[in-house]
Design a protein around this ligand. Sequence first.
Ligand SMILES: [Zn+2]
Length: 396
Amino acid sequence: MKKQLSYLLVILILLLIPITTINAKTIGDIQKELDAAQKKLNDTNTKKAMNTQSLAETQKKITEIKQNITKTEENIKAKTEESKQLEKDIKKKNEETKELMRYYQISSSGSAMIEYIMGAESITDLIYRLSITEQISSYNKKVVEEMNNMIKENEKIKKDLVIKKEELVKLKEEQDTQIIVLNQKQSELDAEGESEEQVIKGMQSQLKYYKSLGCKDSDTVSVCTNKVGNTNLPVGTTFRRPTTTGRISSEFGNRILNNKANKHFAIDIAMPTGTSVYAVAPGVVGYTGEVCGISLVIWHNINGKTYSSIYCHLSKQLVKKGDVVTSDTLIAKSGCTGQCYGAHLHLGLATGRYKDILNGYSRYYSVGKGDSLEEHTFNPRDVIIFPPKGSSYSNR
Ligand SMILES: [Zn+2]
């Protein structure tokens, strides 16, 4: 019984530990996360430098192989020409020998000999000439044989050169593949580094903001976020578009939806599910949850005035309540959750802090006169430049 009780105690402790750890994230913890993120970015940058070096080395190898291939091709060509010339020379020599043989046959036949003798020329001279002829033709035969051997040798060299060229081409193909792999890796590392930089930037501004609120390292994030008042929201001066691409599909104001008159308290921007959504201005995440599909709210202080931006129908939230954001912070991925008939982002803007339950008050929670979200919304076109309905934009 005592043993069973102690088991139960161990299980209880094990169950309690992770929950306590998750809940008690402090400002100091964020600093540690930031240090780790910076280390990771350094590693990524080292990997990037190494990859760049590998790319340069591979490129150099390819250049060398290409030069080698050209040289081998030139050698094959030279050997081919040499053989051609040799064949020509052989033909010439053969003809010469044939000529000589004919001369020898004619000269050594009896009648020619008699004619020669009768011609009062010296017999010694004739014999001498015949012996020279014989010598030359046997010499020619030897030369032809040598030249034939050279051709054979050339063919052997050419065969080796062709094999060498094939090997070089194969080697080049391998290096070309290597370049593709390295380039792929480079763009992966670039994207990795970029997102790590963004995370670091986010954490830095978060820490800076928490410190400006007077939070200590030992304070938990939730304790610290409760210090956010209307006067100490991160300050911005302008609003920006929430995405880099999109097409305006529905305007703010009165419209007909499913044959019914309806007032639309936002602007709809059509975009594929999974499009990156950024904060329209610096601020603090005031709410994440599901009011209009997966949605989130960011509070802003623009030139001293408090606003809320509302993002609906998301596929994924990438920030938590209390997170400090800049207009470059990736806050969500777009989608089509909730009441949605095609992937789009529903972007609403309102004055004041929508879904504010901090500091003990809950503005906008009670939907009554003067206190509903609808009564605080205004046309996003008043503060953000968008193209006409049906048109697209391609930057922020
Ligand atoms: Zn909408």
